[in-house]
Design a protein around this ligand. Structure first.
Ligand code: NAD
Ligand code: UDP
Ligand code: UDP
Length: 338
């Protein structure tokens, strides 16, 4: 007989950056985890260490096609997340967001599973409200290069909300803000992976625009903590919840910090700002803090140091250059824990 606390959990996009960390955590908690992925941006390497676990199963499947399995909970993470990846095949990105959501919601409805949606701060677009609160409807271009992702994720939020209203589904919509850490794809073009790879290789760090645009970065372990707390809430909260680290930093500042952490000789080079690049981004996490009794705990410099060590290992840097030490005589790291 199945133990009450041991659940069958489906993670779509489970071989990706966030998905692989989530699978790892759920497997460690003793749940039966089914990881579904079409390896569009994810990699078997990310979950290779789980393949021998009796409570982990991997299935190659594209969520734009129906899926018939029996599960208690679904984390729907399948979707390319970096601008380079999601703009590579924009039609497929929208299909994954929308058809993928419909299929996973249909599955959740049939088996009466709780379902979590990995939404995004991109639903706020180039926000006119700062920091972004959940009641802000956003400022999104419906026909720009980012629209396949932004509008796809917005439509998915609509679908989740309507399946709740119409069919009584137990839903969780997380608006995830920029998250970083080990297992980011080294060539996904996101700012942290780009800068770390460039700094470790001694290449110039490519800052887009004048680097004064801001983001707020959350370390992956903190984010996974929030996902699981959110799923485990007794009932669906009213509407989406922002998840992220409110510590805001400009792209120029983070470039400088990464150069310093890696002791790199790289210089900073300025490149054109991509179209529709949001100017400022910072989550208001009041709601998450109250609902989940959660806040991010990893300071940026600590998370960056762990990320640097991961990429250094991938590049086969010798151990002694595994970094994260501050040169003597410099001021302390900024107080970046909320
Ligand atoms: P990722 O690209 O590493 O992971 C996405 C995974 O989904 C990959 O393994 C990919 O192969 C898989 N996938 C893509 N299309 C699929 C399909 N049609 N069928 C099955 N699998 C498919 O990205 P990530 O950073 O881990 O993001 C995971 C989720 O979190 C995404 O939904 C993304 O939109 C969301 N999110 C991430 C961030 C972030 O900063 N990392 C921020 C906001 C939202
Ligand atoms: N679906 C699925 N797995 C299931 C149940 C449904 O993939 O276990 C898909 C199915 O392909 C359907 C979609 O989910 O197109 C939406 O299902 P729903 O029951 O909400 O709608 P309907 O089948 O009536 O279109
Ligand atoms: N960015 C940058 N250099 C890079 C990659 C990105 O300056 O090599 C900037 C990008 O223009 C944006 C910010 O960093 O302002 C975050 O970009 P990312 O692609 O990581 O995420 P998103 O724009 O989706 O927040």
């Amino acid at each position: 007989m199945k133990e009450i606390s041991r659940k069958h959990i489906l993670v779509t996009g489970g071989a990706g950056f966030l998905g692989s960390h989530l699978c790892e955590r759920l497997v460690a908690q003793g749940h039966d985890v089914l990881c579904v992925d079409n390896f569009y941006t994810g990699a078997k390497d990310n979950i290779a260490h789980l393949l021998d676990c009796a409570n982990f199963e991997l299935m190659r499947h594209d969520v734009t096609f129906p899926l018939y399995v029996e599960v208690d909970e679904i984390y729907n993470l399948a979707c390319p997340a970096s601008p380079i990846h999601y703009q590579h095949d924009p039609v497929q990105t929208t299909k994954t967001s929308v058809h993928g959501a419909i299929n996973m919601l249909g599955l959740a409805k049939r088996v009466k599973a709780k379902i979590f949606q990995a939404s995004t701060s991109e639903v706020y677009g180039d926000a006119r409200v700062h920091p972004q609160t959940e009641d802000y409807w956003g400022h999104v271009n419906p026909i720009g290069p980012r629209s396949c992702y932004d509008e796809g994720k917005r439509c998915a939020e609509t679908l989740f909300t309507d399946y709740r209203r119409q069919h009584g589904l137990e839903i969780r919509i997380a608006r995830i803000f920029n998250t970083y850490g080990p297992r980011m794809h080294p060539a996904d073009g996101r700012v942290v992976s780009n800068f770390v790879m460039q700094a470790l290789s001694g290449e110039p760090l490519t800052v887009y625009g004048d680097g004064s645009q801001t983001r707020s970065f959350c370390y992956v372990d903190d984010m996974i903590d929030a996902f699981i707390r959110f799923m485990n809430l007794i009932s669906s909260p009213d509407g989406p919840v922002n998840l992220g680290n409110p510590f805001e930093i400009s792209m120029r500042q983070i470039a400088e910090q990464i150069v310093e952490i890696t002791n790199s000789s790289s210089v900073i080079e300025y490149r054109p700002l991509p179209i529709d690049d949001p100017w400022h981004r910072q989550p208001d996490i009041t709601r998450a803090t109250k609902l989940l009794a959660w806040k991010p705990m990893t300071p940026l410099h600590e998370g960056l140091a762990k990320t640097v060590r991961y990429f250094a290992k991938m590049l086969r840097f010798p151990e002694e250059t595994a970094l994260g030490q501050r040169r003597p005589g410099l001021a302390p790291w900024p107080q970046d824990r909320p």
